[in-house]
Design a protein around this ligand. Sequence first.
Ligand code: GLN
Length: 482
Amino acid sequence: MGLHTCKAHELRPRLERGEVGAEELTRAVLGHLDATQPAINAFISIDPEGALAQARSVDQRRARGESLGPLAGIPVALKDLICVAGGRTTCGSRILENFVAPYDATAVAKLRAADAVLIGKTNMDEFAMGSSTENSHFGPTRNPHDPQRVPGGSSGGSAAAVAAHQTILALGSDTGGSVRQPAGYCGVVGLKPTYGRVSRYGLVAYASSLDQIGPLTKDVRDAALLLGVIAGHDPRDATSANRPVPDCEGALSQGVKGLKVGLAREHFGAGLDKEIRQAIEAAAGRLEKEGAQLVEVSLPVAGHPDYCIGAYYLIAVAEASANLARYDGVRYGYRAPEAHNLQELYHRTRSQGFGPEVKRRIMLGTYALSAGYYDAFYRKAQQVRTLIRQDFERAFAACGVLLSPVAPTTAFGLGEQLEDPLQMYLNDIYTVSVNLAGLPGISVPAGLSRDGLPIGAQLLAAPFGEETLLCAAQVLEQTTLN
Ligand code: GLN
């Protein structure tokens, strides 16, 4: 097994002891990435020179006896909507194909301060709108478990890259499930932090009241390690929470003895694949065997597809229509040639620059916010959002964590759902209400289907309950492997 197959927490002591060099590790990862990129297409850009320069600097500073950060020499890949100064940030879109970010996102600045090695930017659905990574201007990413299937989305590039050992760690973003669902489809761990836990500064906005950056990793310990690095208050993001960074790694290994694990009956209703239901029930059984207490809870609004999918796909598109108004061909990004007046410039730039799903959402969002429809759609959706939050508050009065599926099926075939946007939206039934309520959630591998495809289990906690979440997730992970 090559170095690229190791986890960050395994590599860290070996790097510290000097058994492995950062350059050696980075070369191993880049070599494997180079060989496998054509088949998977998980990356939009790769930066071998930059990565090797960072790795060499780590080796030199270590040789001089300098103290280094917690991710010193560890390769990390970033979803291509997280800004890195001087490099391209495309958001998977033609409109930003040649956009060079003028500054680092706070998460990136924190990775640099931790001495991580930034290897490249990963593929994604355009502006993070999608559940399959097929809505990318740069072509679809393929699932490493079966190249005829999607990796999930919108952070499908980050999930596939981790699953295929093309990077040690990755970051994605989650607005309605985009870290958790691709993690589930690719058999890796995906953590969506509490809203406000990780700064959104330098994360290109899709729906600002829902977006969070989160880790995609090979195991729960690595997710804890990476969250510890990127979390924390940031005065540059007005929605960032002024809370101390939790000791995520320290919280692991506490076990689940006495922990109440809630199962919501609405999460096991129609549309859920039978094998997934069995896998989640088996996961609940394992937690119980480790000392957890299973309790039944009810999420009448948050667990009801009509309410949660409806509210999410109104609020997310309304915010997106406002956020994406800035791509007009004037200040940055693509500008259509041959426009004779300002109106034509806007029209042509946006017609040519955006793909069909992004256009659909801008139109839906603009409609939902327009005079006369605002009360009927947008305000109603905000009221449902409040009910969803209250549902979860009641549930977390009765349990410490909730256990559910991540998605109703395993990874579907490439092209299978592209013609049917509503079907595509239904992939998100177990994930979107979590963003509407601002909760932390994690997707952990919970076995394979008969076809050999990964099945993910989702754990949720009350806001800022990441320590409990990670602790329960690790028990699930360890009992699944056994
Ligand atoms: N699939 C959902 C959407 O298309 C979630 C996307 C995300 O979390 N970025 O909006």
